[in-house]
Ligand binder design. Structure first.
Ligand code: AMP
Length: 432
């Protein structure tokens, strides 16, 4: 598949080639034709998949090839982004892909004076990229009206909700013409995102991409069956081993993240938590301390952990299994940055077995079980599951497609040992 096959027009093809892109990414290949067709679309994709070009290219093309439906010279596209950084990046993408055109864009966000933005708005633009707070501000002052918007993009919808922007977003959507094309992107699809999608999209096309399975393959994964009440003790037991040098621990809730970080800290394991309720500066501080090695354990919720790009995370621990299998892949990917391998351990209590099954279906692997550990109990261990599972069998992918590649073998890196080097007697996980 080439960009040319996507029926993109010349100025865009030239821009894409100037960017050095050889071929469309999966989300681009799958989303661009529908967006060009004018369909509503919901894309499940995280940053790094090329999702910005997946919407920016077809939007630019529609602006160039279709006459404005409403007032001439008015703004026709609104892109909402949760953060100033992302808004700026999106603006840069429109500039890069639209460089061979005369289309103009403006980026507005809070935290800076509004005057330059107001002046830019007066000069006019085809595309407006904005964060919700500042946009509403300017709407309330009568400086921006959204009645000429033909295409609306809600980017990183899950992060938007996590950051508490839902009411702002709803108010903005109310001000949009109901006749419009709507595109929504989100890395995860929890129920509240699905509800929002049902509310704002009309007969949407669904496009989902998961990160490369090859990343998952490089990571040594194991699961511990453990009772919920013993999870913290098991974690502390693992952390006795200094090979767990920089450890990212995932919990399902913000409260759980706080509690666990405090408990570890009290037990003399330097830890901090990051999640959506923490201020930007508190998150940045925790991250900086994690990077510098001042804290050994960072406890995070899924959405807060997005964008964490810390080199050399030695272990990812799923203290709670995620209820969305895609999150598992995103989480463990944090220990395999820059193509390096890593180690990921998951704690699974009796209520989380179904999550584990969904994960294994998605990654098409049986995650090896570590059955000998101090907190193993008959209550926690499933009866029917083999302790040392056979190499992963080929299973249909989550979307029903058959895996195209060869069945994958799981082998412990330490050679003959079945358990990723974890030796319960010594309470150690060997350094690889
Ligand atoms: P995004 O997911 O939109 O944040 O994009 C991630 C990165 O991938 C950006 O740096 C883009 O410039 C780059 N990118 C987007 N599309 C392609 C492509 N088709 N080929 C190579 N790189 C791309």
């Amino acid at each position: 598949m080439q960009f040319h096959d996507l029926k993109l027009i010349d100025p865009l093809l030239r821009a894409v080639s100037a960017e050095g892109y050889n071929e469309p990414t999966p989300i681009q290949a799958r989303a661009i034709p529908h967006i060009l067709d004018g369909k509503d679309l919901i894309g499940c994709a995280q940053t790094g998949t090329g999702k910005t070009a997946a919407f920016a290219l077809p939007i630019l093309q529609r602006l160039l090839t279709e006459t404005p439906g409403r007032a001439r010279g008015a703004t026709r596209v609104l892109v909402l982004s949760p953060t100033r950084e992302l808004a700026t990046q999106i603006g840069d993408s429109f500039a890069a892909y639209g460089r061979q055109t005369r289309l103009k864009h403006i980026v507005i966000f809070g935290g800076v004076g509004q005057q330059p933005q107001v002046e830019a708005l007066r000069r006019g633009a085809d595309i407006l990229v904005a964060t919700p707070g500042r946009l509403l501000d300017l709407m309330n002052q009568g400086i921006i009206r959204l009645n000429s918007i033909e295409i609306f993009v809600l980017d990183e919808a899950d992060r938007m909700l996590d950051m508490g922007f839902i009411h702002d977003v709803r108010r903005i959507i109310k001000a949009l013409p109901s006749q419009r094309q709507t595109l929504m992107f989100s890395a995860t699809m929890p129920q509240d995102i699905q509800d929002l999608a049902a509310h704002i999209l009309v007969n949407p096309v669904h496009v989902a991409v998961t990160p490369q399975a090859t990343t998952v393959e490089k990571i040594e994964q194991s699961v511990f069956f453990v009772e919920k009440k013993d999870k913290r003790a098991l974690l502390e037991h693992l952390l006795d081993d200094q090979a767990f040098r920089r450890v990212l621990v995932f919990t399902r809730t913000k409260h759980g993240a706080n509690k666990l970080a405090q408990q570890l800290d009290r037990g003399n394991i330097r830890a901090d938590a990051i999640h959506g309720n923490k201020s930007q500066s508190a998150r940045e501080r925790a991250l900086a301390n994690f990077k510098s090695g001042k804290i050994r354990v960072l406890v995070a919720t899924d959405i807060a952990a997005r964008g964490i790009d810390v080199e050399d995370v030695t272990h990812v621990i799923n203290f709670d299994l995620p209820n969305e299998p895609e999150s598992y892949v995103h989480r463990i990917g944090r220990t395999a940055r820059a193509g390096a391998g890593g180690i990921a351990y998951s704690f699974c209590d009796i209520e989380e077995r179904a999550y584990l099954r969904d994960i294994e279906k998605l990654i098409r692997l049986r995650v090896p079980v570590i059955s000998e550990h101090p907190y193993a109990s008959p209550l926690a261990a499933p009866v029917s599951r083999p302790e040392n599972p056979a190499p992963a069998r080929r299973q249909p992918a989550a979307d029903g497609r058959e895996a195209a590649d060869k069945p994958r073998r799981r082998r412990s890196r330490s050679g003959g040992q079945p358990h990723n080097g974890y030796t319960p007697a010594a309470g150690r996980v060997n350094q690889q």
